[in-house]
Write a protein that binds this ligand. Structure first.
Ligand SMILES: Nc1ncnc2c1ncn2[C@@H]1O[C@H](COP(=O)(O)OP(=O)(O)OP(=O)(O)O)[C@@H](O)[C@H]1O
Length: 352
């Protein structure tokens, strides 16, 4: 549905050019919710604005629904943009227009008559749960209600793609939840493709199918959300995951010096992540049986990512060096995320 290929965006800056995007390529499939996460200044807004050409890439091609936007004239672009709705962090509503008139606005611009507009707007008001607020003005609405108006307005021209630019960043957690549920609902009901940018991993975890992590204008990791949680490959991704899943080592490791290699009389400390079916398998019991090691569970946690169980364990493996290595091989050969925290001398742990 969306294909960004080799996107470079360079802005002129007072102290030299700013390289906001340095060769970004992403593909978004039809009907999926695709998230882009990154820290402030990473290039998220620039990237999402390149999809509807609000920012023109310096280099690269943008194809949406089979049309190459990056080579279109302004006139063709205006038509093509009707397929792409957008919502914003600060809603961008017209304060002098009612809820109804805000949603009707894009349809008035393209010259629809009153009756046709009413037939389009009333179901949208119902869809976003604002039928009783149709005559209110934006100043009379809560943040969540304003974003609902933004969503209805974006859907008025029946787009195939909805771009969400930090759509929940100005909302409290409860309202964020309800807006995310609404986005998921319209994605399912209307088969709408959604691209969202955010700096909150909770948003990605809650509604995205796939995610790209952007840093300094480069996509450093991308894939299904579940895979990213199970096997994050970069420090930045791990940091984002840590904001919602506690990855801190238990207190007993406070001030512990870990060795990357086995020492005489040392234990192996490993973090193991389980996903889906693997979360239900008796991994620890089979590890002990197969590898002639003892295993203690030091920390355990189970969470759900889009209804798929996702568990984390920190285990201490005790045995001779060969057995510890075979235990590690055994874990790594399974559908698990395995992160070696290190080896510690037996007397180094606070509980030893
Ligand atoms: N119009 C512009 N002119 C010059 N530099 C710009 C312009 N827009 C963005 N930049 C720069 O490009 C880089 C990427 O900015 P962008 O707004 O895309 O990042 P972001 O990830 O969305 O950040 P934030 O989360 O803070 O909004 C930053 O260094 C920013 O200062």
């Amino acid at each position: 549905m969306i294909n960004l290929s080799g996107i470079v965006k360079t802005y002129p800056g007072s102290s030299g050019p700013v390289h906001a995007l340095k060769g970004v390529s992403i593909q978004v499939n039809s009907g999926e919710i695709f998230g882009v996460i990154g820290k402030s200044g990473a290039g998220k807004s620039t990237l999402i604005r390149c999809i509807n050409m609000l920012e023109k890439p310096t280099v690269g091609t943008v194809v949406v629904d089979g049309q190459e936007l990056s080579s279109m004239s302004e006139r063709d672009l205006r038509d093509a943009r009707k397929k792409i709705g957008m919502i914003f962090q600060h809603f961008n509503l017209l304060s002098s227009r009612t809820v109804y008139d805000n949603i009707a606005f894009p349809l008035e611009l393209v010259g629809w008559d009153k009756k046709k507009i009413e037939d389009a707007v009333l179901p949208l008001l119902d869809l976003v749960g604002l039928s009783d607020k149709r005559n209110q003005y934006p100043s009379q609405l809560s943040g969540g209600q304003k974003q609902r108006v933004g969503i209805a307005r974006a859907l008025a021209s029946r787009p195939k793609v909805l771009l969400c630019d930090e759509a929940t960043s100005a909302l409290d957690p409860q309202t964020t939840q309800s807006i995310l549920e609404l986005l998921k609902d319209i994605n399912k009901r209307l088969g709408l493709t959604i691209v969202l940018i955010t700096h909150e991993m909770q948003v990605i975890k809650q509604i995205c199918d796939r995610v790209a992590v952007i840093e300094n204008g480069v996509i450093i990791e991308q894939g299904p959300v579940i895979d990213l949680f199970a096997k994050p490959e970069t420090t930045t991704t791990r940091e984002f995951i840590r904001t919602i899943i506690n990855y801190d080592l238990p207190d007993i490791f406070k001030d512990t010096a870990f060795s990357p290699v086995p020492l005489t009389d040392s234990h192996l400390i490993v973090r193991v992540s389980f996903l889906g079916k693997a979360a239900k398998e008796p991994i620890i019991a089979s590890l002990i049986r197969h590898c002639n090691v003892d295993v203690s569970i030091l920390f355990g946690n189970i969470d759900h990512i889009q209804n798929i169980p996702f568990g984390t364990l920190i285990i201490e493996v005790t045995g001779d060096t060969t057995s510890m290595q075979s235990a590690l091989n055994y874990l790594e050969a399974r559908e698990l995320g395995v992160e070696v925290i290190g080896y510690v001398k037996r007397d180094a742990l606070a509980i030893s």
